[in-house]
Design a protein around this ligand. Structure first.
Ligand code: ZN
Length: 133
């Protein structure tokens, strides 16, 4: 794995949260994207080399809705950048980690993604992401 690609934060009102994070980081949202397959709206902010993803549920079906219901707003996942997501998924599987999707899926921000179950990672949902080429 290369580096932390972004940190995902679950929010209940993305417009309000975007304003807060714009003020906090003193920068503007650079990307807004709906990921229909995941029932989420996302916005991205960048500060220095680091990215923050805010996620808002668009349906009660959304993992973000369930997360907020259970735990409230807050850090939802940490995403790591990888060069080859399939190889990395195979490696993690062999190490005994539980992958939440069998195949890479399309995530926000032009990425292929896979999530690793927080049960095997001390309670932290991990996202692998590979830039789509
Ligand atoms: Zn993410």
């Amino acid at each position: 794995m290369n580096k932390i690609e972004h940190i995902g934060i679950a929010v209940s009102d993305i417009k309000k949260a975007a304003g807060i994070y714009e003020a906090l980081l003193n920068t503007k949202v650079y990307k807004t994207e709906n990921v229909a397959s995941e029932y989420v709206n996302t916005v991205f902010l960048q500060t220095g080399p680091n990215k923050i993803e805010l996620l808002e549920a668009t349906s009660a079906e959304s993992a973000i809705a369930k997360f907020i219901e259970k735990k409230g707003e807050g850090i939802h996942h940490i995403a790591f950048d990888v060069d080859d997501i399939v190889t990395e998924m195979e490696r993690l599987k062999a190490e005994g980690f539980i992958l939440l999707n069998e195949k890479p899926k399309r995530g926000a921000d032009n990425k292929l993604v896979c999530f690793v179950h927080p049960k095997g990672t001390n309670g932290v949902l991990i996202e692998l992401c590979q830039e789509m080429r």
